[in-house]
Design a binder for this molecule. Structure first.
Ligand SMILES: Cc1cc2nc3c(=O)[nH]c(=O)nc-3n(C[C@H](O)[C@H](O)[C@H](O)COP(=O)(O)OP(=O)(O)OC[C@H]3O[C@@H](n4cnc5c(N)ncnc54)[C@H](O)[C@@H]3O)c2cc1C
Ligand SMILES: Cc1cc2nc3c(=O)[nH]c(=O)nc-3n(C[C@H](O)[C@H](O)[C@H](O)COP(=O)(O)O)c2cc1C
Ligand code: SF4
Length: 641
C-alpha cells in the first residue's frame, strides 16, 4: 500500500470527480498574450501539470472585467472572444487525463492603471497599500454590473469546458476588499457589519448558482486572516464562510493575507511549512462543505497528516508544482528523492511583476513543449569543468541525451557556491535541492572526479570533443584600505570558520551575502556590526526573503549602520563615514569580514579554445549572478549540444 493512502484517495466535489487530494493552486504565469488570450506556451505549461498527476488544476486568475485586470500578463474571460482559446486549453487538459477549474477574478484597487488605462475601482476610495493608487468608489449600480460580470464569466467558463469555477475572494482583490473591515467603509447595503460586507460575495455565488448546472463546483477562495491589524481574522472569516456555504458554495479554499501583508501570502523560506493549516482547520470546524488548504505544503507526509487529522479535505499545491509538475506522480511512486523541491525562494512571484514566470529550480517553465531532452544522434566526449549548479545541470542533461560526460571538480565535494547558500538559517532546502542535482547527475551516469582541477594542459590531454566551463566566478575581495594587512576575511571563509572568529564581528557590506552571514553568525551566538553604504539592506535579494531577513536582523539586536561607508580597516577596528558626518572609529572586533566581487572568469576559455572544437562558458563563470541563471544555462547547453 502507498505510504500516503488518504492523499491518493479519490474525492467528489459536486460534479467533479478528483482522482486524488492534490489541487494545483491558481498562479499567474504571464504566459498568455498581452490581450489575455491563451497561448501555446500556457497550454503546454498546464498540460505538463496534468500529466504530472495532480487531482485538478486551478487555472490562474482570469479577469471577468477589463478594469479588474491587474496587468497585461493576466488571462481574460470578459468577452466571448476568449472562449475558443480557453476551450483549446481545457480540451488539452482533459485529453491528458486531467481536470481543470478556472479562477475568476477582479483585482479592484490592485489593478494597475498603467496597463488597463482605466481608473481602478473599489468598495471605498482607500488607496492600494502597495501601489498607493487611489481607486474610485463603486456605485450600487456598478456593483450589480460586476456581480453579473462574474456570472457571465462563469457561463463562459462552462462553455469553455471548465470542470468548475473558483471565485477569487482573497489576497486583497475586489471581493476581499468588500469582505474586509479594513477596505470597506460603505454605508449602503454593501458595507457595515459582516453580513452586509459579505453581500457582494454572496450575490456573486448566488448569481453563478442560478446559471450553472446543479452540482457544478463553485469554490470560494478566501483570506481567512488578512495578517493586518484591522483586517479579517479567523473569527469573522468563519461567519463569512457560513454565509458563503448557505449561498451555495461547493467548497472553501482557505488562504491568507492582502496586499498590505503580501510578504506572508506566498510564504518564503523564513516562514513555517503549512503556515495556514490552522486557518483551514478553523474554517472546517464551522462548515459542512469541503475545505481546501494552501501554504508551503512541500512534504507529502505533512499533506497526508493534514488529511488524516481532518484539518482539510484537499491539499493545494502552488510553488511545489511550479518547481516540479510531476510531484504527484513521484509521490505516488514513492520516488521522493526524485522530486525537484521548491526552495521557497520566491523568484517566481518576483518575476511576474514585469515578465513571464521563471523558477530557480525549474528552467523548463514556458518551454515545456520545446525543451525535450531528445537523444543525440552524434554522441560526443564531453568534459564539464565545475560541479556547481551550472555544471551539474549541464552534465545530467548531456548524459541523459547519450553523450559520454565526465565532470571535474577541484574541491573534495560538489555544490560550488550554492553549498554556502544553504548554510544561512532557514535555507536548508537549498541544500536538499543540491542533493537532488547531485543525485540526478549520478543517476544519469555522469563520471564525476572530485579533487580534480582542470588546467589548459589537463584538458588538452583529456582531448574532449566539447568542454563546458562551469567553474564559477573569479572571487575578488573588495578593495578597502588596510583590509589585507589587518587580516580581514571573505564571506565564504566566515561561513566555514564561524567557531574560530571570536565573538565580536564586523561585517562590511549589507548586500545579500552580508545580511545572510550576519543572520547566520547571530544564530551562532555572535555579536554583529553590519555596515552598508547604500540606504537599504539586502539589495539584490528577492523582496520577500529580503523583508524577513531584515526583520530578523533588527529583532536580534544586530548593530546596523546603513548609508555608511567603511573607509578603513585597522587592527581589530573599522573607520566608518556617514555622509556629511566626521569619520568614526569602531573597535574591539575579533574578526572583520569584507565583501567579495564575483567577476566574469574566462581565462580558461581563452586558453583552450584553440584546441577544443566546442567550448561553452556558463553560469557564474560567464557572469556572476544566481543559481537560477546557472541552472538555466546548464540545461540550455545540455539541450543544444
Ligand atoms: C554565500 C552565498 C549565498 C548565495 N545564496 C544564493 C541564493 O540564496 N540563491 C541563489 O540563487 N544563489 C545564491 N548564491 C549564488 C549561487 O550560489 C551561484 O550563483 C551559483 O552557485 C553559481 O553556480 P555555478 O555552477 O555557475 O558556479 P559555482 O557554484 O561557483 O560552481 C563552480 C564550481 O567549479 C569548481 N571549479 C572552479 N575552478 C575549477 C577548475 N579549474 N577545475 C575544476 N573545478 C573547478 C568550483 O570548486 C565550484 O565547485 C549565493 C552565493 C553565495 C556565495
Ligand atoms: C507566481 C505566483 C502567482 C500567483 N498567482 C495567483 C493567482 O493568480 N491567484 C491566486 O489566488 N493566488 C496566486 N498566487 C498565490 C498561490 O496561489 C498560493 O496561494 C501561494 O503561492 C501559496 O501556496 P504555495 O506555498 O503552495 O506556493 C500566486 C503565487 C505565485 C507564486
Ligand atoms: S522560484 Fe523558488 S519559490 Fe518559486 S517555485 Fe521556484 S523554487 Fe519555488
Amino acid at each position: 500500500m502507498n505510504a500516503f493512502p488518504k492523499l491518493f484517495s479519490p474525492f467528489q466535489l459536486g460534479s467533479l470527480s478528483v482522482k486524488n487530494r492534490m489541487v494545483m493552486s491558481p498562479m499567474e504565469t504571464h504566459l498568455c498574450d498581452t490581450e489575455g488570450f491563451v497561448t501555446e506556451e500556457i497550454i503546454a505549461y498546464y498540460k505538463e501539470r496534468a500529466v504530472g498527476g495532480v487531482g485538478y488544476i486551478t487555472l490562474e486568475n482570469t479577469a471577468v472585467d477589463p478594469v479588474g485586470r491587474v496587468n497585461d500578463g493576466m488571462l481574460c474571460i470578459h468577452d466571448d472572444k476568449y472562449i475558443p482559446g480557453l476551450k483549446k486549453l481545457t480540451d488539452c487538459i482533459h485529453t491528458a487525463g486531467g481536470k481543470i477549474v478556472i479562477q475568476l477574478s477582479h483585482a479592484g484597487k490592485e489593478a494597475l492603471p498603467y496597463f488597463t488605462g482605466l481608473k481602478p475601482v473599489a468598495p471605498s476610495a482607500i488607496p492600494s497599500p502597495l501601489t498607493k493608487e487611489m481607486p474610485r468608489e463603486l456605485t450600487a449600480e456598478e456593483i450589480r454590473d460586476i456581480i453579473s460580470k462574474f456570472t457571465q464569466g462563469a457561463v463562459r467558463a462552462i462553455k469553455a469546458g471548465f470542470d468548475g469555477v473558483e471565485i477569487h475572494m482573497a489576497h486583497g482583490y475586489l471581493v476581499n476588499q468588500f469582505l474586509s473591515p479594513e477596505s470597506n467603509m460603505r454605508t449602503d447595503d454593501y458595507g457595515g457589519n459582516t453580513a452586509r460586507r459579505s453581500r457582494f460575495a454572496r450575490e456573486i455565488v448566488e448569481g453563478i448558482r442560478m446559471h450553472a448546472p446543479k452540482d457544478y463546483p463553485v469554490i470560494c477562495r478566501i483570506s481567512a486572516d488578512e495578517y493586518t491589524d484591522t483586517g479579517l481574522k479567523l473569527e469573522e472569516s468563519s461567519e463569512i464562510a457560513r454565509i458563503l456555504e448557505r449561498a451555495g458554495t461547493s467548497a472553501l479554499h482557505v488562504s491568507a493575507c492582502n496586499y498590505a501583508s503580501a510578504f506572508y501570502n506566498i510564504p518564503c523560506y523564513y516562514l513555517e511549512e503549512g503556515c495556514f493549516v490552522h486557518l483551514a482547520a478553523g474554517i472546517k470546524s464551522v462548515v459542512k462543505i469541503p475545505v481546501l488548504v494552501v501554504g508551503r505544503i512541500l512534504n507529502p507526509t505533512m499533506a497526508e497528516n493534514i488529511l488524516q487529522e481532518n484539518k482539510a479535505d484537499l491539499i493545494v499545491l502552488g510553488r511545489t508544482l511550479i518547481a516540479d509538475p510531476h510531484y504527484p506522480n513521484k509521490v505516488k511512486e514513492e520516488r521522493l528523492h526524485d522530486i525537484r523541491t521548491c526552495i521557497s525562494c520566491n523568484r517566481c512571484i518576483e518575476s511576474i511583476s514585469d515578465k513571464r514566470l521563471v523558477c530557480t529550480v525549474n528552467p523548463y517553465i514556458g518551454k515545456e513543449d520545446r525543451c525535450r531532452t531528445a537523444k543525440t544522434t552524434k554522441p560526443k566526449k564531453i568534459l564539464i569543468v565545475g560541479g556547481g549548479p551550472a555544471g551539474l545541470s549541464a552534465a545530467q542533461v548531456l548524459s541523459d541525451r547519450g553523450h559520454t560526460v565526465t565532470l571535474w571538480e577541484k574541491e573534495s565535494q560538489l555544490g560550488g557556491n550554492f553549498s554556502y547558500a544553504s548554510l544561512a538559517p532557514k535555507k536548508e532546502l537549498l541544500g536538499k535541492f543540491l542533493d537532488y542535482l547531485i543525485l540526478q547527475a549520478k543517476k544519469a551516469n555522469v563520471e564525476i572526479h572530485l579533487n580534480t582541477k582542470a588546467t589548459a594542459e589537463s584538458i588538452k590531454q583529456f582531448s574532449p570533443d566539447a568542454v563546458v566551463l562551469a567553474h564559477g566566478a573569479k572571487d575578488v575581495p573588495v578593495e578597502i584600505s588596510g583590509a589585507q594587512k589587518n587580516g580581514a576575511i571573505g564571506v565564504k571563509t566566515a561561513f566555514l570558520r564561524a567557531n574560530s572568529l571570536g565573538n565580536n564581528i564586523a561585517i562590511v557590506g549589507g548586500g545579500p551575502e552580508g545580511c545572510e552571514l550576519a543572520d547566520f553568525l547571530v544564530s551562532n551566538g555572535k555579536k554583529i556590526t553590519l555596515v552598508e553604504m547604500r540606504r537599504v539592506l539586502g539589495l539584490g535579494l528577492v523582496a520577500h526573503p529580503r523583508y524577513h531577513v531584515c526583520e530578523r536582523l533588527k529583532k536580534t539586536g544586530t548593530q546596523l549602520h546603513i548609508n555608511t561607508k567603511v573607509v578603513e580597516i585597522g587592527h581589530h577596528s573599522i573607520v566608518i563615514n556617514r555622509r556629511r558626518e566626521a569619520d568614526q572609529r569602531l573597535d574591539g572586533f575579533d574578526t572583520i569580514v569584507i565583501p567579495t566581487l564575483h567577476q566574469t572568469n574566462t581565462a580558461l576559455t581563452d586558453q583552450i579554445k584553440s584546441f577544443v572544437p566546442e567550448v561553452y562558458t556558463i553560469g557564474d563563470a560567464a557572469e556572476g549572478r544566481t543559481a537560477l541563471e546557472a541552472i538555466a544555462e546548464g540545461v540550455e547547453t545540455g539541450v543544444k549540444l
